[in-house]
Design a binder for this molecule. Structure first.
Ligand SMILES: [Fe+2]
Ligand SMILES: [Fe+2]
Length: 251
């Protein structure tokens, strides 16, 4: 396996590792994003067992010991399995995650104390880069779920939202909603929490110009339209699932 690097927005680098053995024959990508600034931020660490690849790829952009912030969508191995490995190589680095994530996982699991971010809190990374943390509980999964929006480039680091199979281009203007619907049909990875549509429409209000997918290509174009279409599809799924009362009375 190798990790490919692409700059998907000014100063934001996608580190992409394709694993053909997951969901063959299409395969599956794992992407981390480096926001280059005075205080560099890595969004997702990747799996612990992939840290060698991530470290090597990071080294081609900056000395990994320069990392200052490590953030991610929620507490799962692909999102943060290499968190402590990152903390070990970067003495100034600190995890930065929402209050729920810190309370339920990171205060215990991280080898150094995390920075606890309130919903909407901004970290000024320097060199014009500012990232805003946004709580998205149970969207697409995980009580502690959240995303990060980089304001200067209009880039939404949207984690597992829009997950898709395959190993396409690093950056696309094509459809990302259809492939996301197909992968939801295949994996059923989302909670189908009744608030999902509302939460995703809230992200559309940011009018992102780039959507940085953890599993799939990055998208450039009308991010709000893509988010609205995804929200509509989750509303459809949730309404088709029926209410717990209806299911109970039908049983
Ligand atoms: Fe996940
Ligand atoms: Fe993921």
């Amino acid at each position: 396996m190798e990790t490919k690097i692409a700059e998907i927005a000014e100063g934001i680098f996608r580190l992409s590792t394709f694993v053909p053995d997951i969901a063959p024959p299409a395969g599956f990508t794992f992407n981390q994003f480096l926001v280059l600034a005075d205080e560099p931020l890595l969004f997702h660490t990747g799996l612990g067992k992939m840290f060698g690849l991530t470290h090597k790829a990071l080294s081609r952009i900056i000395p990994p010991e320069r990392l200052r912030w490590i953030s991610f969508g929620h507490f799962e191995a692909d999102e943060c399995g290499a968190l402590n490995e990152c903390l070990a190589v970067a003495p100034q680095a600190q995890a930065a995650q929402g209050q729920t994530g810190c309370t339920v996982s990171l205060n215990d699991m991280a080898h150094r104390s995390p920075r606890e971010l309130k919903n909407g809190e901004i970290i000024d990374l320097g060199r014009g880069k500012r990232v805003r943390y946004i709580d998205t509980p149970h969207t697409p999964h995980g009580w502690d779920a959240g995303v990060i929006f980089e304001e200067s480039t209009g880039t939404l680091l949207c984690g597992d939202l829009f997950t898709q199979l395959g190993n396409g281009a690093a950056l696309t203007e094509g459809d990302i909603v259809g492939p996301a619907i197909a992968s939801e049909d295949l994996f059923s990875y989302s909670c189908l929490n009744p608030s999902m549509g509302t939460i995703i429409r809230g992200l559309a209000e940011l009018s992102p110009r780039t959507l940085a997918l953890m599993h799939g290509p990055s998208f450039t174009g009308d991010g709000a339209a893509a988010l609205h279409a995804l929200a509509d599809d989750y509303d459809r799924r949730i309404s088709q699932r029926g209410s717990p009362v209806a299911i109970a009375s039908a049983a």
